[in-house]
Write a protein that binds this ligand. Sequence first.
Ligand code: 4AD
Ligand code: MG
Length: 464
Amino acid sequence: MTQSIKEILKRTDYGAVVNVKGWVRTRRGNKNVSFVAINDGSCVHNIQVVIDNERFGEEFLKPITTGSCISVIGKIAESLGKGQSVEIQAETVEIYGTADPLTYPLQKKGHTLEFLREIAHLRPRTNTFGAIFRLRHNMAMAIHTFFHERGFFYFHTPLITGSDCEGAGQMFQVTTLNLYDLKKSPNGQIDYSNDFFGKQTSLTVSGQLEGELAAMALGKIYTFGPTFRAENSNTPRHLAEFWMIEPEMAFYEIADNMQLAQEFIQYCIRWALEKCSDDLEFLCERHDNELIDRLKSVVENDFVRLPYTQGVEILQDAVAKGQKFDFPVTWGIDLQSEHERYLVEQHFEKPVILTDYPKEIKSFYMKQNDDGKTVRAMDVLFPKIGEIIGGSQREEDYEKLKQRAEEMHVPEKDIWWYMDTRRYGTAPHSGFGLGFERLLLFVTGMQNIRDVIPFPRTPNTADF
Ligand code: 4AD
Ligand code: MG
């Protein structure tokens, strides 16, 4: 049986025989002895294997180079070397796979994150990406645990859809029509009746609409799945394929929704601090030395709750006092990332939940306020990230929702089933969407969203 390096490093029963299998990170030594550092992905630390050169022979040991994969059986011994407690004295060594040093791209020297993106098939073997992907796993576990413990049900919403939830028209079409021989009607329309689903379909931009149907039956649900947006924004915060967590709760008003969002994010970050300290310490040391302090500060402080209108006043005030923004600030604008970050990083120095946005810049389903101008939206804005969560209380009134859908050109034929929830047993309800990779940006301290998902999809990139 193979033991994981993570487990072996904790042991003190020197002399016990173990079997480790992993990838060689480095090999050094002298004429008599080789020190081989192996990593098996179980943790950021390597284990040192000590090999007696004479016993195994130069020829046999030669292919043990960076990137090769070996299995070692040997005794656990107390290590005298700096920075490690335990090493293994090799008794048998098997080489599973070699890695020609002339072509293996991951050599010992530090590589840039940009270069590593080009070899996304190998970058999980670096310390940085090992740490990131272990954190990614841990955040997924934290999310499921958080909701499960609070009586939410994990509900699966479809990825292929006939409706545009956000109404932003940024959808990837799904079709089996022959694009080389596309039949069009005399007025230039494509006849989708011959398509696979007999109508035009796309990849979903959000599971919310179906999530609301579930909340109107199961009470509290959440979705957690891939989401697709064909927005052509080549920024460090946008992916064409990202993962989103969308809780939806019957009988929650906006204030309950905000409280849940805060507790949810704090729970995930606390999980990372408690269960992933080795990986966080590594990332802190290597990439961002304020990371752990930043995580702690978010766990310890309440998020600010601030209506959009007041946010705009603060920004205008700042401009009057000499603050420069690229985009002008007027009531009604969709705040730019520079504005969001000013509020969070300079003005309040903690996360801000901005509420009650102008209805024109938000989706049709948000509950309308009595002022006739704003809706009960809530965006959670984070330091270094900007928007991490978007959500709202939902419009539960059939007539008001119908009117807003019409005004925003959401076709009734696409959402008749959604409208039905307002016709049959409607109830106040709320929900939000957390961008999983945006959370990971915050938790890992990485700067580019392409570095927190294994195989990023962005404009002009769909490799691996
Ligand atoms: O604000 P958004 O568009 O909200 C919705 O989709 C709602 N249906 C959510 C709901 O109320 N159930 O997206 C939610 C979050 C954003 O705050 C952001 O964190 C993330 O999803 N997000 C993206 N992450 C990466 N790449 C993109 N292109 C993203 N677009 C949104
Ligand atoms: Mg949003």
